[in-house]
Ligand binder design. Structure first.
Ligand SMILES: Cc1ncc(COP(=O)(O)O)c(C=O)c1O
Length: 381
């Protein structure tokens, strides 16, 4: 038997040890950590909704009306009318015929990919895709090839190889660790021309991009197409938790019949579905939150450029500062924490080797003074 403590010690030495932080207070940009106030620059609560009083009230109201737990899986007795209502609202929001709820984005990605691809099929995946897309591809047993990040010529070459297999092209909409946006029009064209499925995980795009928060598709003005499955999660801009897949009627019915991560698990809490329905209305209608976010992003990028800091090519709230070395990245994160700023050091295998980074994320709930404090602290790194 391999020694677990030796492996853990090795992890420490490589600067790869992960530790949980115990946070206190409501989830927001101003929190308490070990009794000290901190400004949170690493959550995915991009619109500042996780502790919005309207969502808190909706969750309590939902629990009173429907109970806390769903009691069973969707295919037994766990599928409540409120789930149905949220699915219909999501279909309308995304401009797709239908939507299907999953308990988490991780499970939605596993479900879609393993349903659409099997052992004899092919999956072409952007090299920087989220781990859940990678795991879905592995679990499907299909042959997976990763094309270089955003490289549409490389994808075109892969798609041109003759094959009778079902083919899936898989990409993040907004890349979770880099914040850049997938070249959606080209992906749509390539998938269409090659008769492939296109799977877009827009966990970080929904709520943030587009005048109504419709994500990467709204941002790129791309309409619905039957060969596309789009995944959204509620744990980010929506401020709750859970996920959905949107697409054609046939796709959703096929997922209900086959997706094991949909079938063999307890349905999302109906109270949470109720709160998410309220959140969806806020996401769609309160564009001022996106405008506030954009203005904070611009302020941060302007200030960082003045300091000579090189950020990634990102116009979204995910603003990575690449440090490279794991230990240096952890040290930088700790120095920032000592200054009252919470920013995670993201290291391999979450990101490629040699690209450890401070994953700075901004929220509409930040104020300009928070951004200025962040810039001030980064200038002293
Ligand atoms: C791009 C992407 N997809 C999927 C997920 C998983 O979503 P969930 O947290 O709902 O499981 C995440 C992060 O959590 C993500 O960043």
């Amino acid at each position: 038997m391999k020694s677990l403590s030796t492996a853990l010690a090795q992890r420490h030495q490589q600067g790869l040890y992960r530790q949980r932080r115990v946070m206190h207070g409501q989830s927001s940009v101003h929190m308490q950590l070990a009794g000290q106030p901190v400004i949170n620059f690493c959550s995915n609560d991009y619109l500042g909704l996780a502790s919005d009083p309207r969502l808190i009230a909706a969750l309590a109201d939902g629990a009173r009306r429907y109970g806390v737990g769903s009691g069973a899986s969707h295919l037994v007795t766990g599928h409540h009318a409120i789930h149905d209502a949220l699915e219909q609202a999501l279909a309308e929001f995304t401009g797709r015929p239908r939507a299907l709820l999953f308990s988490t984005g991780y499970m939605a990605n596993l479900g879609v990919i393993t349903t659409l691809a099997g052992r004899h099929d092919r999956i072409f995946s952007d090299r920087l895709n989220h781990a859940s897309l990678l795991d879905g591809a592995r679990l499907s047993g299909a042959t997976m090839q990763r094309y270089p990040h955003h490289d549409m010529a490389a994808l075109h070459t892969l798609l041109a190889e003759p094959s009778t297999a079902q083919t899936l092209v898989v990409s993040d909409g907004v890349f979770s660790m880099d914040g850049d946006i997938a070249p959606l029009p080209q992906l749509m064209q390539l998938a269409h021309d090659s008769g492939s499925w296109l799977i877009i995980d827009d966990a970080h795009g929904f709520g943030v991009l587009g005048a109504h928060g419709g994500g990467t598709f709204e941002h790129c003005s791309q309409p619905h197409s039957d060969n596309v499955a789009v995944i959204g999660t509620f744990g980010k801009a929506f401020g709750t938790s859970g996920a959905f897949v949107a697409g054609s009627d046939a796709l959703i019915e096929t997922l209900i019949q086959n997706a094991r991560s949909y079938i063999y698990t307890t349905a999302l809490s109906p109270a949470l579905a109720h709160a998410t329905l309220v959140s969806l209305g806020i996401v769609r209608d309160e564009d001022w939150r996106r405008q506030q976010l954009r203005s904070l992003i611009e302020r941060f990028r302007r200030g960082a450029a003045q300091l000579g800091l090189t950020l990634g090519e990102s116009t979204t709230p995910i603003q990575p500062l690449i440090i490279g070395d794991n230990a240096r990245c952890v040290a930088a994160s700790e120095r920032l924490l000592a200054a009252g700023l919470l920013i995670s050091a993201i290291r391999p295998p979450t990101v490629p080797h040699g690209t450890a980074r401070l994953r700075i994320t901004l929220s509409a709930a930040h104020r300009e003074v928070d951004i200025d404090r962040l810039l001030d602290a980064l200038s002293g790194l």
